[in-house]
Design a protein around this ligand. Structure first.
Ligand code: NAD
Length: 347
């Protein structure tokens, strides 16, 4: 298939997996390292499709530019789609995404953050390499028997619950849509957010970023949590009000935080900034806490996930150019996955 696709925000590992998988598709792909935004959108002229990632800012200016220059389809090579102005895209350009590529990868990373924060392995690693074999200050707690609160029991939340049950934690869950059969099978309970905040020793976020979930974790929510609570966010940065998190880390109300995502990550995450000053004071402050572990949006980053991302993304483009039904379309009118999938009209 000789359709031309412009890939934005590509790193060597993206290129490697897409080149391999594209052997079976034959698209004519050009890889740009730059983000897709209003300034770089002109690079997409003469392409049939555009592929973007989590920190590309696909606002109305970008959408209009793509449409005016004949781009027919925008393929997101990620699950989240909060960075796209769907209102601007509606009826002008099709938007497709990769709804699932490896929920295990993200859930396992959330668990890794929990274990490292609890047993302070990030500090132990540095200590022993420096000849310091003291264990003072590295005291953790048994996770067995503690209570975890999982917010969002979709694909990733459910994988994490399986891991946490394996460790012997009690799991409380919150979701807009409760799955009582699943709860019964796995021995978890769906409760209110307030109940989770009151009881949980560890809270892990696995819901999408929407207008309802933006700053879900703010000063008010944190006030109602247990003292010393551990908060894990592998979902989207804006689920947490970072300034409120910093205040509660300073006061000791929050005992530790594992963050794979950050509100203003787009300028830093995925980039090597080690020779530059960090000008984002909030991020710089977060990095000073010994009980905060930040990873750079790498929860998805496993071999299996990269392969699945490439396969689904290229298949999404193929479905579009073949003119068939779009399995993974995201639709503005449906406020998420398109209801056409269920053979219902979405408008
Ligand atoms: P999913 O769609 O399978 O599950 C999301 C769940 O959240 C659903 O059960 C939904 O009902 C629930 N939900 C929606 N709004 C809610 C609300 N207001 N309160 C509570 N629950 C709510 O999605 P998933 O595959 O499990 O992914 C979850 C999120 O993880 C994605 O939205 C994405 O932002 C993030 N993610 C991060 C990475 C990473 O590398 N860090 C990778 C993939 C996905």
């Amino acid at each position: 298939m000789n359709k031309k696709i412009a890939f934005f925000d590509t790193k060597p590992y993206d290129k490697k997996s897409f080149i391999e998988v594209n052997k079976d598709f034959g698209f004519d792909i050009t890889y740009f390292e730059t983000h897709l935004n209003a300034q770089t959108a002109p690079l997409s002229g003469n392409f049939d499709g555009v592929c973007a990632f989590v920190n590309d800012n696909i606002d109305s200016t970008v959408i209009n530019h793509l449409v005016e220059h004949g781009v027919q389809v925008l393929g997101l090579r990620c699950a989240g789609y909060n960075n796209v102005d769907f209102k601007a895209a509606y009826n002008k350009i099709s938007v497709v995404r990769v709804p699932a590529y490896s929920p295990y990868a993200v859930a396992e990373h959330a668990a890794a953050l929990m274990l490292a924060l609890n047993r302070k392995t990030h500090k132990a690693y540095n200590r022993t390499r420096d000849g310091n074999f003291s264990i003072n200050g590295l005291l953790g707690f048994d996770m067995h028997g503690k209570t975890a609160g999982v917010l969002g029991t979709g694909k990733i939340g459910k994988c994490l619950i399986a891991i946490l049950k394996g460790f012997g934690l009690n799991v409380l869950a919150f979701d807009l849509y409760t799955d009582e059969e699943y709860a019964k099978e796995t021995g978890i309970s769906y409760v209110s957010l307030e109940e989770i905040y009151k009881q949980a020793d560890i809270i892990s976020l696995h819901c999408p970023l929407t207008k309802d979930t933006e700053h879900l974790i703010d000063a008010k929510a944190i006030d109602s949590m247990k003292k010393g609570v551990m908060i894990i966010n592998t979902s989207r940065g804006k689920l947490i009000n970072t300034k409120d998190l910093i205040s509660s880390l300073k006061s000791g109300k929050v005992g530790s935080a594992g963050l794979d995502v950050y509100e203003e990550e787009s300028e830093y995450f995925f980039e090597d900034k080690s020779t530059e000053m960090i000008t984002d004071d909030t991020l710089a402050r977060l990095l000073t806490f010994p009980n905060v572990l930040i990873s750079s949006h790498q929860a998805f980053f496993t071999r299996e996930a990269l392969h699945n991302i490439a396969l689904t993304t290229l298949n999404n483009f193929k479905e579009f150019f073949d003119g068939g039904y779009l399995e993974n379309e995201v639709c503005y009118k449906c406020d998420g996955p398109c209801l056409k999938k269920q053979k219902k009209r979405c408008f």
